[in-house]
Design a protein around this ligand. Structure first.
Ligand code: ZN
Ligand code: ZN
Length: 365
């Protein structure tokens, strides 16, 4: 079928809006009419080949839309269902069997190969193959193919065009707090980096009853938003060592730290801000090959932990509807992160995301 899609053909260049042909859904695939899609920093990193996703490619991995047609064997949705499309996973490896699909052994293949598992591509521009299936969707398009593994059905009572960010950025931050770190009532957490992921973590920390929630950033404007969304304290990292400031304001450091910038020196600051037996989670993607230096005795003698967390360690079919319900109840106002753009202005949406002019750009088809 004919679709309109934003194609990445070169690094650091605007996407080109093109007419492409998209395959009909094969067995296990679902054709979704995309209503809106979030822009995630991973899309920008892949356009710029931080990780070698093949080009030309249609990026986009926070899609929300309506099921149009389903291939053989699809069990989770039927045409007309409202859905969001999240990360893909194989469903058969040891991690998937253990209900840890974010650590699927084929996570990179399923999400970054920009092709089906059999190597075929689903998009064409005339005779030219265009890579699709990015994060099992390639949602920077009017229609996308996802799979029975990464489709999440949502209530038709919800504002569908708002929901795409729940599929990646929002569940990454909120899930890190709620599923991976399991921050509990009365605990303390510092969130380094108050973009969409960090602000989602702050909102989640408020929901679970953390009583000390420290937002750390270099932008006074973002820190003001962090306070509005649940931070009890903020630290401007431009004013000096944020770890020292956090230890000073809490007396002992924080039970949990979340690193959402992907900057190795900030990982060090996050670990340094931990109280005894504290845990630091890394959700920011650093460039390939990045390393971090830690104070070994500080880590060891305090029983501290440093760990990675992918996609909020969520089971998307449970967690995304739960976040949507918290939003409806007014307890998780992630709409305050969102700025909408029409599809024709997707390059502007990406530019504004890169510069930090907006927290979470969502493109409406
Ligand atoms: Zn797997
Ligand atoms: Zn993402």
């Amino acid at each position: 079928m004919n679709v309109r899609a934003a194609v990445a053909r070169a690094v650091h260049a605007p996407l080109s809006l093109e007419a492409l042909e998209l395959d009909e859904p094969r067995a296990g695939e679902i054709l979704v009419r995309v209503v809106a899609t979030g822009v995630c920093h991973t899309d920008i990193a892949m356009r710029d080949q931080t990780f070698p996703v093949p080009q030309p490619v249609v990026l986009g991995h926070e899609g929300a839309g309506v099921v149009e047609r389903v291939g053989a064997g699809v069990r989770r949705v039927v045409p007309g269902d409202h859905v969001v499309m999240t990360y893909d996973s194989c469903g058969t490896c040891a991690s998937c069997a253990d209900n840890l699909p974010t650590y699927c052994y084929d996570f990179f293949g399923r999400n970054f190969a920009a092709a089906r598992p059999d190597g075929s591509t689903s998009l064409r521009a005339g005779g030219e193959a265009v890579h699709g299936n990015f994060f099992g969707q390639s949602s920077f398009a009017t229609y996308a193919l996802c799979t029975d593994r990464n489709v999440v059905k949502v209530s038709k009572a919800l504002p569908l065009e708002l929901l795409g960010p729940l599929a990646c950025g929002v569940q990454t931050g909120a899930g890190a707090v709620m599923n991976a770190l399991r921050v509990g009532v009365g605990r303390s957490i510092a969130v380094f980096g108050t973009g969409s992921v960090g602000l989602s973590a702050i909102m989640a920390a408020r929901v679970v009853g953390a009583t000390t929630i420290v937002g750390v950033d270099v932008s006074a404007e973002r820190l003001a938003l962090a306070r509005e969304l649940g931070a009890t304290h903020t630290v401007n990292a431009g004013d000096g060592d944020p770890a020292a400031a956090i230890v000073a304001l809490t007396g002992v450091g924080v039970d949990f730290a979340l690193e959402a910038t992907g900057i190795p020196s900030v990982i060090r600051q996050a670990v340094d801000s931990l109280a005894q037996h504290g845990t630091c989670g890394i959700v920011g993607a650093a460039p390939v090959g990045s390393t971090v230096t830690l104070d070994v005795l500080h880590l060891m003698t305090g029983g501290r932990t440093l760990r990675g967390i992918v996609e909020g360690e969520s089971t998307p079919s449970l967690f995304i509807p739960a976040l949507a319900e918290l939003y409806v109840q007014g307890r998780f106002p992630f709409d305050k992160l969102v700025t909408f753009y029409p599809f024709e202005r997707i390059s502007e949406a990406i530019h504004d995301s890169e510069t930090g002019a907006v927290v979470k750009a969502v493109v409406r088809m």
